[in-house]
Write a protein that binds this ligand. Sequence first.
Ligand SMILES: *Cc1c(COP(=O)(O)O)cnc(C)c1O
Length: 363
Amino acid sequence: MEKRLFNFSSGPAVLPVPVLERIRDEMLCLPGCGASVMELSHRSKQFIAIQEAAKQRLIRLLNIPSDYDVLFLQGGARLQFSMIPMNLLRGQSGAAQYVLTGSWGKYAVGEAKKEGKTETIYDASASNYDHVPADLELKISPDASYVHITSNETIQGVQFQHDLTSAAPLVCDCSSDILHRPIDVSKYGLIYACAQKNAGPAGVTVVIIRKDLLARSSESLPGYLNFNNHAKEDSMWNTPPTFAVYVLGLVTEWVEKTIGGLDAMYKINQEKAKIVYDAIDRHPSIYLAHAQKASRSLMNATFRFPNEDLEKAFLAQAQSHGLDSLKGHRSVGGIRASIYNAMPMAGVQTLAQLMDDFASKNA
Ligand SMILES: *Cc1c(COP(=O)(O)O)cnc(C)c1O
């Protein structure tokens, strides 16, 4: 069998090996079903149990209060950029307020503008999105329809370090950091995350919505785009992405049973990120960190080199050490090491070792 690399891809991204092994073992025949999970009706009692178990694990892991619905949707986080203003902004008097700390937030407000009135209340683009604002800098209006933030900007590698408090319903794109630490769901009106960064494969997007917000959706919305249809039918309004939901269920089971929950996951993520950032900080003339220290992401570490030759040489050496997909997004350049929940400790240790060796040879 071919050797697995340490996969630093930003998404779709690394999955836990025990999850992949379980999928392999159950591929032809899900225990007790005589068929692959992909061959089961979404209305079969077996699949309903799989989807319900995935939902209950999310509820337990994130401590989701009972006045929230958990939906499994398709269309990725990008569809939520549109669906959220369609449901929560249409027909409302207050503007939707957006906090722009990176590329994804900028795309999100671009879609919301098509639907209604928006205000950008914070924009870090002048410093190429190298930080998140401190609480007090935010000018959240209690009359806003909602306030939108991106908890972790995947491309720039900047992350809010704690849950914000907001007078208006707080909407959060958690696509690249859901399940990386415990969060206080009660501080949010709506949380959404595509699965393929930190929670599973591409194809399913989790939406956690406070139930009172469902009253805002207009009957005139296309059926699929109305949150109420999915909430009423327990994400069975149409065929859910069954295979992706099954894998999401296995990943949440891994976080809960193998890792021991989100407190333990957070500790591991802090340790892993520290190994990478310490390596950056040991060699500040070679590794130029993109994010300001107080805003550094535990999920995506971004840094550049003083020149492009060094970057090329580093990437080539990384590849020869089995470190894959480290090239940064073109808007930031340099390196982006995506170190999601499933990245093994050995992956970041190998990376940090290479960074030390490379720096001493090129200093
Ligand atoms: C990847 C990503 C998206 C886009 O997700 P799609 O599933 O491709 O639509 C949106 N927001 C964030 C923060 C992301 O990391």
